[in-house]
Design a protein around this ligand. Structure first.
Ligand code: GLN
Length: 303
């Protein structure tokens, strides 16, 4: 398939719409000042073909896409025991919602909402230097050093009252082992990792290769774990828009409020789109449109 021309067509078709609709995340200045009129798309196939178009090498804040890689680190460390601490059901609620935590005794619905990622982070903090391990995993997957935007991390910490509430609430149920401040610090640093579409397409590619690192063939996850991570991305990766994503796109996806969305076509390729303007669910508007166009043009879908 001519992926480069597919991506060029998508970038050209969306160019007139850049910055027209949606709102850039504005809860911290470092994200609020990112110009909305940007769009990038990149993919990497399981056998190493790459294609990209638009602002595909511009680094952006990966935000909740880090939840995907935090989950990978935790599954590598503790396997199925992770699920003693975290559920696997879609929440149907906004990513930062507190409501289900009380009735569910402080156990988060899934690892891709904020409460779940904080619980995953708590596991990581118990087991490893979680900031360093996150950067090492990402660097090994995309073949270049990856760093953290310290300004974003500091602003997340200065304004993260809701995340602090989530963590403290879980702690009150005895669900976090570590100091709440430490867990939040690592979580905010993971959200503040910056990467480009090209780097994220490479980094997610192992999920289209039954868990094998695309660059080294090192096993990142077992085949079964990789399949299960894909299933969680499909059902929970885009929060309360997961049903709409499955309906319109039909691929496992993980989004972040920096405007990035990573998508996986199992046994074929990984894809990353980025455009900073978001819809009311915190998902990139043009990113979602681009994925819908990609699925329609290529016929690639899990359904
Ligand atoms: N840093 C954001 C938060 O913790 C990440 C949310 C997101 O990308 N959906 O709320």
């Amino acid at each position: 398939m001519q992926f480069q021309s597919v991506l060029d067509d998508i970038a050209a078709a969306l160019a007139p719409e850049l910055g027209r609709e949606g709102k850039v995340a504005n809860y911290i200045p470092a994200l609020a000042r990112v110009p909305a009129q940007q769009f990038g798309i990149a993919l990497r196939t399981g056998d190493g073909e790459e294609a990209h178009a638009g602002d595909s090498t511009t680094a952006f804040s990966i935000q909740s896409i880090s939840k995907l890689f935090a989950l990978v680190l935790a599954l590598r460390e503790m396997g199925e025991k992770l699920w003693d601490h975290i559920g696997r059901e879609p929440s149907g609620n906004p990513f930062n919602s507190l409501v289900q935590l009380e009735s569910e005794q402080g156990i988060p619905r899934n690892p891709f909402i904020n409460a779940g990622a904080l619980a995953v982070t708590d596991r990581l903090v118990s087991a490893m230097d979680a900031k360093a391990q996150m950067l090492a995993l990402l660097a090994s997957l995309c073949g270049e050093p990856i760093d953290i935007d310290e300004e974003v991390a500091a602003s997340e910490a200065a304004t993260g009252f809701r995340n602090a509430a989530l963590a403290n609430f879980m702690k009150s149920f005895g669900r976090l082992d570590n100091d709440v401040g430490k867990v939040l610090d690592v979580y905010f640093h993971h959200c503040a990792v910056r990467m480009s579409c090209v780097q994220l397409a490479r980094a997610a590619c192992f999920l289209s290769r039954d868990g094998l690192n695309p660059l080294s063939d090192e096993r990142i996850l077992t085949e079964r774990q990789a399949r299960r991570v894909n299933s969680l991305m499909l059902t929970c990766g885009t929060y309360d828009a997961a049903g709409e994503f499955a309906y319109r796109i039909g691929l496992p996806c993980k989004s972040g409020v920096g405007g990035g969305i990573v998508a996986v076509v199992p046994d074929r390729l990984a894809l990353c789109v980025w455009s900073p303007a978001l819809d009311h669910t915190g998902n990139s508007l043009l990113g979602m449109k681009a994925l819908e166009m990609f699925a329609a043009k290529t016929g690639l879908s899990i359904f």
